[in-house]
Design a protein around this ligand. Sequence first.
Ligand SMILES: Cc1cc2nc3c(=O)[nH]c(=O)nc-3n(C[C@H](O)[C@H](O)[C@H](O)COP(=O)(O)OP(=O)(O)OC[C@H]3O[C@@H](n4cnc5c(N)ncnc54)[C@H](O)[C@@H]3O)c2cc1C
Length: 596
Amino acid sequence: MSEYKAPLNNMSFVLHDMFQIEQFLTDLAHPAELDEELCNAIIEEAGRLCSQVLAPVNRSGDEQGCVLTDKGVVTPDGFKEAYHQFVEGGWPAFNASPEYGGQGMPKTLHVLLDEMLHASNSSFCLYTSLTSGAVHALEHHASEAMKATWLPPLIEGRWTGTMCLTESHAGTDLGLIKTRATKNDDDSYLINGTKIFITGGEHDLGENIIHLVLARLPDAPKGVKGISMFIVPRFLLDSSGNPAEANSVSCGALEHKMGIKASATCVMNFDDATGYLVGEKNQGLKYMFSMMNNERLSIGIQGIGLADSSLQTAADYARERLQSRAPVASTGGPDPIVEQPDVRRMLLWMRSHIEAARMSAVWLGMQVDKSELTDDNEQKAQASKMVAFLTPVAKAFYTDMGSMSCNLGMQVLGGHGYIREWGQEQHVRDVRIAQIYEGTNGIQAMDLIGRKLLMDKGEGFQIFAKWYSDAIRKAENTGKLSLANRDNFFSTLRESQATLNTTVEWLLEQCQQRPALAGSVATDLLELIGLCWLAGMWCLALNSLERTKYLSEQQRQQKTVLAEFFINKVLIKHQTLKASIMAGEQSIMALDDELM
Ligand SMILES: Cc1cc2nc3c(=O)[nH]c(=O)nc-3n(C[C@H](O)[C@H](O)[C@H](O)COP(=O)(O)OP(=O)(O)OC[C@H]3O[C@@H](n4cnc5c(N)ncnc54)[C@H](O)[C@@H]3O)c2cc1C
């Protein structure tokens, strides 16, 4: 089994050579005041934590899983100690507001921390990621008094957070939620209901668990407009704000599942539990969505992290495994399988996606930072539009790519990938959930076409389309590019740009009169946009090769070949995606339900 090595050099290339992050943060007057050296030191320290503390308990965590005992849910051996080190290092405070004890680090760096956490131990990362989502929701929507009570211990990592939305009859359609809240005589509420699939619903890592629960008040309007958000702590607080008496919240069962076995996925019962309303009543879903945007990007990054872990093992293995004769320059055989073109195809598919996805995640993190900090209203509006438009793409495209990559990573090892020894089958199992939770990938695609394209009348898309065109132009204007076939490379890019524009124009026109069209083509559209986004990233990467400080000559050549592979062998799929979109809804809607 290979050990996880954080791709630090590559991350520095993206941060500094590609995006000149120090200048970017200075222009934003970012309060964290980070220079190049400090950025590198932070990711290096995060990398150390991930490879030396979290990765070593990844496999044992999967084998042992969580257990529900009469004293509550117990995490696998080593998790408590790893969590202790995570807290000691101040990592829970990374991205949180300094006003409540956070470090206020930029999202641009947070995405890289998320990648390394997921790559080394996705189950562990989920406890921390849900907490940072809860912090984010409270920072934006809770009253000052609530923030002062609940945020500091969450940010210190002494307490953890959850997100309690799903009920057995209410998954995608949260308008169906039945959990009830009734007002007490003081400012508290009684919460009654059962939530299922709650990540980190109960565990032994911290002193308290703060559940953010969606529930209905008795006079609430029907559907999504009648949902409110409540803080429901596992332990109620005493007059000094410390966890004391147990609240009426309990874990009824742990779900038995395919992967992320060390993450406690709980059925949570709220039986006259005490809760506190967050913000205004009936605004809960809106508040939860602000947390979910954050979470959706993090879950997208789960796809990138696990894909990279799988690639590291697959590439090491392929260089060592001797089978058959290489088709070119054989030593007489057996030669390493990395010399087989089909094995190279798999490794290059993985690497060209993972590296470009990492670049795009950092770039999206920059848009988040810009949308929050810039004084320039036009830039703020544009950055906010990009975050809204590309978050569903990041969630779905990265996780589909992650799942495909982990499957290819297993395939590279043949039968040795399918057995447990090399850890590749765990990656396949762990990554699969990312396509489902935080809104299934189908729902992300519907969000993209419905809310982010049609309802927005294509405004967000126009900003993205201009960014793509500019990225291609930058690559075209780069002097020394050692591309094997420059004309072919740039004509594929320009064709994909035309495909994107004509397809979206056609959809904006057609979807109004054809009610099933959007849903029939949403996933194809998301893939098309995802491919163009990553292709644009390869253009920016090529453009930065002239000024790179971090890449050797050999690595520069590697980037050029990866870019060519992606454009010539992956982006070319724009043609079939366009054809599939234009084929519309007819065959999709033709059969009666019983024939489906
Ligand atoms: C391991 C795990 C951890 C989880 N953690 C949490 C958590 O911490 N908190 C929490 O609240 N929930 C959590 N969930 C729940 C998760 O978010 C839901 O499972 C997910 O949102 C889908 O809901 P569902 O399972 O009810 O599927 P359904 O909503 O029943 O959907 C089934 C299928 O129908 C499709 N579908 C449904 N409606 C539409 C539509 N309008 N248009 C197109 N397609 C549609 C879906 O895409 C899907 O393919 C977790 C789930 C798992 C398995």
